[in-house]
Ligand binder design. Sequence first.
Ligand code: BGC
Length: 241
Amino acid sequence: MGGSGIKGARVDLESGEFIGDRIKIATPQPATPEAVADTIAEILRIAEWNGPVGITLPSVIKNQIALSAANIDKSWIDTDVQALFTEHIGEREYSVLNDADAAGLAEVAYGDPRAKEGVAILLTLGTGIGSAFLVGGTLFPNTELGHLIVDGKEAEKYASSAAKDREELSFSQWAKRVSKILKEYERLFWPSLFIVGGGISRKADKWVPKLTNDTPVVPAQLRNRAGIVGAAMAAESGIKP
Ligand code: BGC
């Protein structure tokens, strides 16, 4: 689930590829839990899918309760997501997790092999900044690095791709900001690799070479498939943060 669209697909977990087309429906406004659950039910009908479902939200998910709502309707806070989806969609297996965490799981399984080694930090640069910590390939969930205050500013307000668009920054100007937050993450967590995802990773050649931090930075390989594939992996393996 994202701010503009809710997207779903059946996933072949052997290959990490979609089976059939990705289905996309505009996010209902206001994007309340009930309205979003009804939209997900519609996607499942279109996909003709009755099996387990993985769902990602741009929220902290702890014990299957949404605890934050940074760029979505505030009514998500304290929502029991298992109860919500069971009520609106019906009894089946649901795994609900943070969107960046799901992308991290998918990159470990199907992306750059270095994501499995040491401490890799995946960042999704979009409306906000999402993060996934991958320690030897295992996810440490809900890290929320986009909300770290760097030099007096919240990282995602300063260096998300939405900030680039809003402030009409060039790739060079924006890369300076991204470098600044990466350096702060390096200073605190000493990762072995950064993986950068989100729509803007498609243009990685325009800005990744301009970064001035020390740790290698690689673009995410699954592109816009990562969230959906990671959600499916969580559903299949029963990961329920
Ligand atoms: C949210 C995170 C989310 C990220 C990307 C942030 O504002 O706090 O939970 O992963 O945006 O959507």
